[in-house]
Design a protein around this ligand. Structure first.
Ligand code: K7E
Ligand code: CUA
Length: 665
């Protein structure tokens, strides 16, 4: 996203001259906020915020959770990147979550999030997120704020137009950014054979209504363009999905010039109910692929990863009536559908206007076959036949739009650094407010659902320049909170973000906060290495593998003296937190461990694998300040040379018999 501005000079002339990474500082870009801003964002100590705000972390691979309006950071949820703070991706239990067909991938680029919906309203059960780089979709469980499931997407590269959901969370979609040769084809082809060999792909991932479990129901094989963003139809347009496409030039080099040639690219309208019919009628082709499906089980407290090998593919060129292209000026990015489902807004990054399409007109045009031809076998609807109207001169570099539920839309303008509110019916600009600077996404609570809650809009900026204390070469990216309850949008707060924020979701806190899991029930823990009490703790050797069954409770580990570990052993620390109370995690860390700490929730078991690298004494301790005697929560493990006769012993609270060889009697 960061180089769009280099296409457009601040005067508004569209040009391909690179002018460097500066954007236009808005006129009247004062820093002042009005006098009552502080009181609008002040949430007194001990009081709760009114909204949760889930913010994507971009290249951090994680998701952060803020309370609004205070912008207090509540949590960073590890999703696609390892997180030593929580042991995510380091504990034996969580490692399978990051498994892919390429092996263990410890990082990704998370751009978009979508909260689950029932009847077009946020139901607070799950939030989905996309991995851009190694294509994946994650589901985070909002009772635990843990990543519960990750599914990899085959036939895809750069999973950008994802993870947008249908109004009853029947499907999460994942559209490929890069077109590539399909996985079952020979990918070892000349890059300049793009037009012949490269294909687009859109995946429909079904979501189980009760468990949330994901499965790839089918994929659409599409022309080789770049799919950028998407949103589902809703209400009258439920059953359809809309995707912005760029690079309809099918360029394979220097896209910044070569994919900006055509005056219009496309929005692709997808009739997914029709696709479902074709699937049921047996029209899909089974293709062999390889993708990982990773699931976290809250009873075993462990993830499993399975490699799947088949996917059902529907060819949109052969099977008519699934896909239609609507011309959309120029290099569209955001693709947003208003709360009624009638209006589809395309945001052409290089366009000087915002086209608004009408679902009713689109349906009529399709029925009347009002096409101007086809593109790679897909009918192209006449622009004017699908167009409701254009917002004229809205600003420069429109990117994303959300809706306030009162008949208005708010769009971000990357180049002119502002948000602009406009009326959907008469397409008139109502208000504009500067942002600091170069906004990408924006978010209104429920702003992409049927029922927005339009008290605030939060705008996520790419550049902060002079807004904060400098922090070396890299400056904070930021969010800005605007009060939109009145006619004028009013800036009331700036706050820095974790990683690079792209899309975000916000929802009234009450939808989520009462469902929180407080701790895991120990009696339901079916982890194979659980210790449900100190009486069950033990150390078990089997050849070179040593399993240590450890418990943690305020303020000691059991056992806390262990001897008889030998060089060459592979040691597994299975730590069960046997507390049964809210907010009493214990940590576990051991000197020299090449992994991370463990952070173990009450009732949970987590495992650290440790291979000592030399004989000696290794202290371990609790990392989470859990009680007044937290600093006493520690232990020792003794490592002896391979082949030594140190007996395997463990104890808590009493000294072990002096059976060893090194100086004790
Ligand atoms: Cu506009 Cu990746 Cu959604 Cu960022 S994308 S801004
Ligand atoms: Cu347990 Cu500190």
């Amino acid at each position: 996203m960061k180089n769009i501005q280099s296409f457009i000079i601040c005067s508004g002339l569209v040009t391909a001259i690179v002018i460097g990474p500066s954007s236009c500082k808005p006129k009247n870009a004062g820093n002042a906020v009005s006098g009552d801003a502080a009181s609008k964002v002040y949430v007194a100590p001990g009081k709760y915020d009114e909204f949760y705000n889930f913010v994507s972390g971009g290249f951090s691979g994680q998701m952060s959770v803020y309370g609004l309006p205070s912008a207090r950071l509540l949590r960073v949820i590890p999703v696609f990147s390892v997180d030593p703070e929580k042991g995510y991706g380091y504990s034996e239990e969580s490692k399978p979550m990051l498994n892919t067909s390429h092996g263990f991938v410890p990082w990704d680029d998370l751009h978009h999030e979508d909260l689950s919906q029932t009847n077009g309203e946020i139901d607070g059960r799950w939030i989905f997120a996309n991995a851009n780089n190694t294509p994946r979709v994650a589901r985070v469980d909002l009772t635990t704020f843990h990543t519960a499931e990750i599914i990899e997407i085959p036939n895809s590269a750069g999973n950008h137009s994802s993870p947008f959901i249908t109004e009853n969370t029947e499907y999460v979609v994942a559209g490929t950014r890069f077109s590539v040769p399909p996985d079952n084809a020979n990918g070892d082809v000349a890059i300049n054979s793009y037009k012949k060999n490269f294909k687009g792909s859109i995946s429909f991932i079904s979501v189980d209504k009760v468990t949330g479990s994901m499965a790839i129901a089918f994929q659409l094989r599409c022309p080789g363009v770049n799919f950028d963003l998407s949103h589902a139809g809703k209400g009258k347009s439920n059953g359809w999905f809309f995707f912005s496409c760029y690079n309809t030039e099918q360029a394979n080099t220097l896209l910044e010039v070569n994919a900006s040639q055509r005056d219009k690219d496309f929005i692709m309208a997808v009739n997914w109910k029709k696709a479902e019919e074709y699937l049921k009628a047996g029209k899909a082709v089974k293709e062999s692929v390889k993708y990982a499906h990773n699931v976290y089980n809250e009873k075993t407290h462990s993830a499993t990863s399975e490699i799947r090998t088949e996917v059902m593919v529907l060819d949109t060129k052969e099977l008519k009536d699934i896909c239609y292209f609507i011309p959309c000026p120029k290099s569209p990015h955001g693709c947003d559908v208003d709360p009624t489902g009638e209006y589809i807004v395309g945001s052409g990054k290089l366009a000087a206007l915002i086209p608004v399409f009408s679902f009713d007109k689109l349906m009529k045009a399709i029925a009347a076959k009002d096409f101007i031809g086809d593109y790679d076998g897909i009918p192209v609807v006449k622009y004017e036949s699908a167009l409701y109207g254009e917002v004229k001169k809205p600003g420069l570099g429109p990117l994303h739009t959300e809706f306030d539920g009162k008949g208005n839309a708010i769009t971000t303008f990357f180049v002119s650094s502002e948000i602009v509110k406009w009326n959907i019916k008469d397409l008139k600009v109502l208000d504009r407010a500067p942002t600091y600077y170069s906004p990408g996404h924006l978010c209104i609570p429920g702003g992409d659902t049927k029922k927005p809650n339009a008290k605030y809009v939060i705008v996520y900026n790419k550049i902060t320049k002079d807004r904060y204390l400098p922090t070396g070469p890299e400056l904070a990216q930021s969010a800005q909170l605007f009060d939109i309850s009145g006619d004028k949008m009013q800036l009331i707060l700036d706050f820095p973000t974790i990683g690079e924020p792209h899309y975000a979701q916000a929802v009234a806190a009450d939808v989520i906060r009462n469902n929180s899991v407080k701790f895991y029930k120990l009696e339901e823990n079916t982890h194979p290495f659980v210790s449900k009490g100190e009486g069950e703790t033990k150390v078990v050797r089997k050849d070179k593998r040593v399993d240590i069954y450890l418990t943690a409770i305020r303020s000691h580990f059991a056992p806390d003296n262990i001897e008889g570990i030998k060089m060459g052993d592979e040691v597994y620390w299975h730590v069960t937190n046997i507390e049964q109370d809210w907010d009493v995690p214990h940590g576990f860390a051991i000197k020299g461990a090449l992994t991370a700490e463990l952070l173990i929730m009450p009732g949970e078991t987590q495992t650290l694998k440790w291979t000592p690298e030399k004989p000696g004494m290794y202290p371990f301790y609790c990392t989470d300040f859990c009680s007044a005697l937290h600093q006493e929560m520690q232990g020792y493990v003794r490592v002896s040379p391979a082949g030594s006769n140190t007996a395997l012993l463990f104890s808590t609270g009493k000294n072990m018999p002096p059976k060893d060889s090194a100086g004790t009697k």
